[in-house]
Write a protein that binds this ligand. Structure first.
Ligand SMILES: *Cc1c(COP(=O)(O)O)cnc(C)c1O
Length: 472
């Protein structure tokens, strides 16, 4: 400290000398207790930081006395929260079921249980319990998808973007892929079909026009370099009016005639037929397999309602080629994802749809939601300064599926005597657990379709706290 002290007035030099040593502070009961909770590293770090700040303040002459108790308090405050995990559960009151920012599909209890029981121990992930030798991790999902989809072979990778990339890379690198101009989509997060094609090493051959593409357009573009005919589900956008695209069966027929593989990126890829529920344009993956598509790809955490994953299903030969590609190893999934996916898919085999939260939310009726909304609105209205009423509204599936289609719901519209909708929304977002609500026309709206029933009490508590902390 010597040279620093030269320019400091003598009273402050004496203050600087009173600063306790780090070890001395760490030995005090309050900090020992803190250390027991969060570990030594964080406490040492914040102690050094607080002491450094203190020296600065003394050097600037801002401090006239020093108290070890207040130092202790500063260190505790600086350490609080540092050891908290930043990925936290939130309550989704937006009514967007597959909310990408909020983690898409919540997992089924059975999936969580299976992850917990297999991930905390050793498992037969890649071990053949019959023969005692090496097995493949695919074995845990392959059989399930064979039953559900009628697929000869299924592979699972990190997500659907990886599945599309890997399929193109393994099946069409150095050759051409034919895609309709009406299907050159962007999903968001920079997943664009032309870019994925380029990265995979396949040359994109665009055919048709934005709104109309016929099978003859595909046929005319086939040449000796063509390897794949690709179909892409439009996912997050729809074209209306004067539009046309060939039936899947026509594309499959052309593929057979010209000895080309047919690849379909289904996006959501439902394991059920959702059309009886009024959800159009999300064809079941089994229909594509039945139509003869060689490889279909889809997401695990969209309408399937499982973990993030990309599923490739279809004919044995092209899927074995994909499996042999060195990049498969780079994109493979770990045991937790396999456990969650296998357990989720098993629920489909049992036809236990209610056990899959995303499916349960999609199938929830306006009446069911209305009864819960009524109850919640009553509880909110009984809080001081709050009032709540119900109104008709719409929930959406989200996750880049079923745009323009919505599920009828009953919304809880909440008002506070003094707080604006935006400050109420912010207060809910900062409560613990955070409650994510909708704002519409300066009103705060809650959609219970995406709220688990057992979370309703926490919503009430969040309102109590946000109303109570009002000091404006
Ligand atoms: C969502 C989607 C993807 C990307 O899937 P992820 O699982 O999010 O990687 C790719 N293609 C289509 C058509 C999609 O809808």
């Amino acid at each position: 400290m010597g040279s620093h002290e030269a320019n400091i007035n003598p009273a402050d030099v004496s203050l600087l000398r009173q600063i306790p040593a780090v070890d001395e502070l760490l030995g005090r009961p309050a900090l020992r207790e803190l250390e027991a909770r969060v570990g030594r590293r964080l406490v040492v770090d914040s102690t050094r930081r607080v002491l450094q700040g203190l020296r600065g303040r003394i050097a600037r002459g801002e401090l006239k006395s020093l108290s070890v108790q207040s130092l202790e308090r500063d260190i505790v405050a600086a350490t609080e929260g540092e050891a908290d995990l930043t990925l936290r559960p939130v309550i989704n009151a937006t009514g967007v079921i597959l909310h990408t920012n909020l983690g898409r599909a919540p997992l089924a209890t059975e999936a969580i249980r299976h992850v917990a029981e297999t991930a905390g121990q050793y498992s037969n992930l890649e071990y053949d319990l019959e023969g005692g030798g090496r097995g493949k991790r695919d074995q845990h999902t392959d059989r399930l998808f064979a039953r559900l989809l009628g697929a000869e072979r299924t592979l699972v990778v990190n997500n659907n973007a990886a599945a599309v990339f890997l399929a193109l890379h393994a099946l069409a690198e150095g050759g051409e892929v034919i895609v309709s101009r009406g299907e050159l989509i962007e999903i968001g997060g920079a997943f664009r079909i032309p870019d994925i094609c380029a990265q995979s090493g396949a040359r994109l051959c665009e055919v048709g026009t934005t709104n109309r593409t016929r099978i003859d357009d595909y046929a005319a573009a086939v040449n000796e370099r063509t390897r794949v005919l690709m179909r892409v589900h439009p996912s997050n956008f729809r074209m209306v009016g004067f539009t046309e695209r060939p039936e899947l069966a026509e594309v499959v027929r052309l593929g057979r005639e010209r000895n080309l593989l047919v690849l379909e990126d289904l996006g959501s890829g439902c394991l059920l037929d959702f059309s009886p529920l009024g959800i159009r344009d999300e064809p079941p993956a089994a229909a594509s397999i039945a139509a003869g598509v060689d490889v279909v790809t889809f997401s695990g955490d969209k309408m399937l309602g499982g973990p993030q994953a990309g599923i490739l299903a279809g004919k044995r030969e092209p899927l074995e080629a994909i499996r042999r590609n060195p990049l498969f190893r780079a994109l493979r999934v770990d045991k937790m994802m396999i456990a969650a996916l296998a357990a989720t898919v098993t629920l489909y085999l049992k036809d236990d749809r209610k056990a899959i939260p995303a499916l349960r939310m999609i199938t929830m009726t306006r009446e069911e939601i209305s009864a819960r909304a009524e109850r919640l609105a009553g509880r909110i209205s009984s809080l001081a300064d709050f009032s709540a009423k119900l109104e008709d509204g719409e929930s959406v599936v989200g996750g880049g599926s079923t745009p323009g289609q919505s599920l009828p719901t009953r919304l809880v519209a909440v008002e506070h005597q003094r707080l604006s909708a935006t400050s109420l929304e912010a207060a809910l977002r900062r409560s613990s657990p955070p409650v994510i609500a909708r704002i519409d026309n300066d009103r705060l709206l809650l959609d219970l379709r995406t709220v688990f029933e057992e979370q309703e009490g926490e919503i009430i508590r969040a309102f109590e706290e946000s109303g109570g902390n009002d000091e404006r």
